[in-house]
Each structure stands twice: as C-alpha cells, then as structure tokens.
Write a protein that binds this ligand. Structure first.
Ligand SMILES: C[S@@+](CC[C@H](N)C(=O)[O-])C[C@H]1O[C@@H](n2cnc3c(N)ncnc32)[C@H](O)[C@@H]1O
Length: 207
C-alpha cells in the first residue's frame, strides 16, 4: 500500500467506508437520500467504479473489495471527483451480501472480472457458483439487473448455464450480452485483452 492510499484510508475511511456488521444496511441513511442502489463486488483499484459513479449521479453505489490498496486508491478517487454517491466496504462479499443487503433492495449488481484463476484446481473457490448467484438474485428488486463480465470463456459458459437455470432471473440477451455502454473497460479487462482474451458480458434481469 502506498503512503497516499494509507492516508486516504485514515482520513476518508470514516466518511466513505462502511464497517462490516451482521445487520441490514439502510441505504437511505447511508446516502442521506432515496435513490436506486447498485452493488459492485470486487472493484480492484476502482478506476471503473469511480467513473460509473460519476456518470450516474442519480444512482447510489456500494462497492466491495477485500484488497486494502484498492480501497485506498478508490477513496482517493472519491475525494478527487467529489463523489457523494459511492460508499465502500472492505470485507468478503459473500458475508456482506448475506448479512447486510436486504432482499429485493438493489436495482443492480456489478461483478467485473472476478476470480482470475483459470486453473481447474481453483474452480472450487470461484465466487460465482449457483448458491451465491441465487443469493444475489434474491437481493435484486423486480426489474433489477445482474451484470457480470469475465475474460475466461469457460467460466463465462459455466455462469451462463447456471444463471439460465436460476428461476428468479431472465437473460436480457439470447446468449452473452453486448457490452452495455455503461460499463467502461476495466483495468483487468485491459490486461486480458492484451493477452488476447475474449471478453464476455452477461446481463440478467430479476423477474
Ligand atoms: C481480477 S480483479 C478485477 C478488479 C476489477 N473489477 C477490474 O475489472 O479491473 C478481482 C477483484 O475481486 C476481489 N474479490 C474477489 N473475491 C472477493 C470477495 N469474495 N469479496 C470481495 N472482493 C473480492 C479481489 O480482491 C480483486 O481485487
């Protein structure tokens, strides 16, 4: 972690980082207003997150990351762009979803380039498996969306199949979705494209 990231956590953390706790968040209280709220899981260094929040001031964003330098980095961006519609939680996303996010409360969920481990022995620990995807679907309000992007073809196919079998969700496309203009190219995506990977977007709607 750089001294600037550490400094951002110390000075801006109290205002923009929510502590993990085993009770449901009240979004109206967190943001001081009532607005549609989007959850992001695994924002990395947060470049895309800050950009999306700046481009959609009418939405609230709660962004989750376990990696401390990323949290420091995104806090710096929040301050730089004077964002008031983005709060962070530094904790495991599975715990947060299960304990802090009320059913049918989210208008969207972003999971961009999770699990960068293509090896078969790592598959067991992948985040996007049927039980957790069901938990995510339960947190969306009717009409809300789950947007996943990955550059691993085999992971993309597996998640597509799992989501197609989830009765709470309906595919917005017939197979993979075109990349929505609201998703800027992420840092990890840039790396994947440099390596010659194809990128897959999946956008499913809560029914
Ligand atoms: C490959 S990076 C992608 C980062 C960013 N979304 C991008 O596209 O550049 C995946 C990120 O997800 C985070 N992550 C993975 N599993 C997580 C979990 N269970 N809870 C919170 N963050 C998680 C990792 O720390 C990592 O920063």
């Amino acid at each position: 972690m750089t001294p600037a990231q550490q400094h951002a956590i110390e000075t801006l953390g109290p205002q923009f980082c929510l502590p993990f706790r085993a009770s449901l968040l009240d979004f109206d209280t967190v943001f001081g207003r009532r607005a549609p709220t989007v959850l992001e899981i695994g924002f990395g260094m947060g470049e895309t997150t800050a950009r999306i929040a700046a481009e959609q001031p009418e939405h609230n964003f709660i962004a989750i990351e376990v990696h401390a330098p990323g949290v420091g980095s995104l806090l710096q961006k929040i301050e730089g762009a004077r964002l008031t519609n983005l709060h962070l939680i530094r904790h495991d996303a599975v715990d947060i979803v299960e304990n802090m996010i009320a059913p049918a409360s989210l208008s969207g969920i972003h999971v961009f380039f999770p699990d960068p481990w293509p090896k078969k022995r790592h598959h067991k620990r992948r985040l996007l498996q049927a039980p957790f995807l069901h938990e995510l679907a339960l947190r969306l309000r009717v009409g809300g969306y789950l947007h996943i992007a990955t550059d691993w073809a085999e992971y993309a196919e597996e998640v597509l199949l799992t989501l197609s079998l989830e009765p709470l969700l309906k595919n917005s496309a017939t197979h993979f979705a075109p990349r929505p203009p609201t998703r800027p190219q992420t840092k990890f995506e840039t790396r994947g494209l440099r390596l010659g990977h194809e990128v897959f977007d999946l956008v499913f709607i809560r029914v």
